[in-house]
Design a protein around this ligand. Structure first.
Ligand code: PA5
Length: 429
């Protein structure tokens, strides 16, 4: 189970400060679980994780087996909450180079408007058997809609209209929207984003689970990890790690720490950071409030952002995610000439060196006035990421209610779209 180490935040806060928020955290958690707060139409994610396998899960596994047997490439089309979760999970569990090792490669499209990225994808698909998964709750988002139109044509030209239909999987609202209508009319296999689950809280639906399953991650293990988290985080006291995380980040924000930097020493965590950034950024950044969610990859970014973190404006705190290192060790060898001067590390494991880097950085940043929350979790696997997803979702809901905002809307996202549609001449804009 995730442990939250808050022993490095006390420069700016005191234990009585934390304990004084008990009623506030209790109320935020209660309002969330009882559906009494703003945005309570979107609480379906709270109950998604279950220990029993649902029919939807069985369908996801069957579809994934079919895709793995008939496709060299699986293209996942979606943006925001409709792509960050699966990408985060696949990269974290399978590694950043998963497409070099997996039998079925998974590419993501429809999350940008870049001509270069599109042409690169077309080149990658050349001569390959492929299937697509169109993910959009609304079914009207411009970026995935443009990619969908082009990919459907590519499939039809390659396989003919009828065979192409068997290679198109749609994940969308069960009833509403243009994508649901398209899937019904064309006869595509569909998966559901429940109406009461918003995009950024949808990773534990088919949105996340189908691409994960195609990439070789067992969706049942992800759900078991999430279901365990759901059970273990249903505690109404500061023993609850989600309470500690939500309360401390709000207290630090009130002390002027306006930026939270989510850091990890695993390069494959980068996309998970992107998922977390959307979750907290869209949930909390409104009404002139919100902690700015930033991310950093250590140790690499210690050689770029390290200076700013150590001695720049004292407006940030860090949350460091730590995974138990792999059981298989890698040791540093002896070199008789010792030209690189590294013989003092001979026989030491790489994770020992990494641990010292973590401890040294932690102490330096705390000494420099940066409070550091440490989230300690198990080894990276499907179960652990299920747990992490649920932990952050629950913490975010509680934290946003403590902040006094609706965690489940994103009215600000519409502003750029209106301008863009006007410039593009879309009817009605
Ligand atoms: O969290 C959200 O709801 C958004 O970020 C959406 O996920 C994103 O805008 C994509 O929307 P849709 O799934 O409707 O295409």
């Amino acid at each position: 189970m995730i442990k939250v180490d808050i022993s490095n935040v006390w420069g700016d806060l005191s234990l009585p400060d934390l304990l004084a928020t008990e009623q506030e955290v209790f109320n935020a958690h209660k309002v969330l679980t009882e559906g009494k707060g703003p945005g309570s139409d979107f609480l379906g994610w709270l109950n998604l994780p279950t220990f029993e396998e649902t029919e939807e899960m069985r369908r996801i596994r069957r579809a994934a087996e079919r895709i793995r047997s008939d496709s060299q490439v699986f293209v996942v089309v979606g943006i925001g909450g409709s792509y960050l979760g699966p990408r985060a999970a696949i990269e974290l569990v399978k590694g950043q180079n998963y497409n070099l090792t997996n039998d079925t490669q998974v590419f993501f499209a429809g999350n940008n408007l870049s001509t270069r990225a599109w042409q690169e994808l077309c080149a990658l698909l050349e001569g390959k058997d492929f299937s697509i998964n169109i993910i959009s709750k609304s079914g009207t988002t411009t970026e995935p809609a443009i990619a969908t139109r082009a990919l459907r044509w590519m499939l039809e030209r390659k396989y003919g209209a009828e065979k192409a239909k068997k290679r198109i999987y749609v994940t969308t609202d069960p009833e509403k929207g243009a994508l649901r209508q398209m899937a019904t009319e064309e006869g595509y296999e569909t998966f559901v984003i429940p109406p009461d689950v918003g995009g950024r809280y949808s990773v534990l639906t088919a949105v996340g689970l189908l691409p994960m399953a195609v990439a070789g991650i067992n969706p049942t293990d992800v759900m078991l990890g999430a279901a365990r988290a759901r059970k273990e985080l249903d505690v109404r006291s500061f023993e609850n790690p989600a309470w500690q995380y939500a309360a401390i980040r709000n207290l630090l924000y009130r002390k002027g720490k306006k930026i939270e930097m989510l850091c990890c020493y695993e390069p494959s965590f980068k996309c998970f950071g992107g998922w977390w950034q959307q979750l907290f950024g869209e949930s909390e950044g409104k009404d002139g409030k919100g902690i700015f969610p930033a991310t950093a990859e250590f140790t690499a970014d210690l050689h770029s952002l390290g200076q700013m973190i150590q001695q720049g404006e004292r407006n940030l705190f860090e949350t460091v995610v730590r995974f138990t290192p792999p059981r298989k060790k890698t040791a540093i060898e002896l070199d008789w000439k010792n030209l690189d001067g590294l013989n003092y590390l001979e026989g030491k494991t790489l994770d020992f060196v990494e641990e010292q880097a973590f401890l040294g950085t932690l102490n330096a940043h705390v000494d420099g006035g940066v409070p550091v929350i440490v989230l300690q979790t198990d080894e990276v696997d499907a179960d652990t990421i299920g747990e992490l997803f649920y932990f952050f979702e629950l913490s975010c809901g509680i934290s946003a209610y403590m902040l006094g905002v609706n965690p489940f809307n994103q009215p600000g996202v519409e502003f750029y779209k209106k301008n863009m549609f006007h410039l593009l001449g879309k009817p009605g804009y």
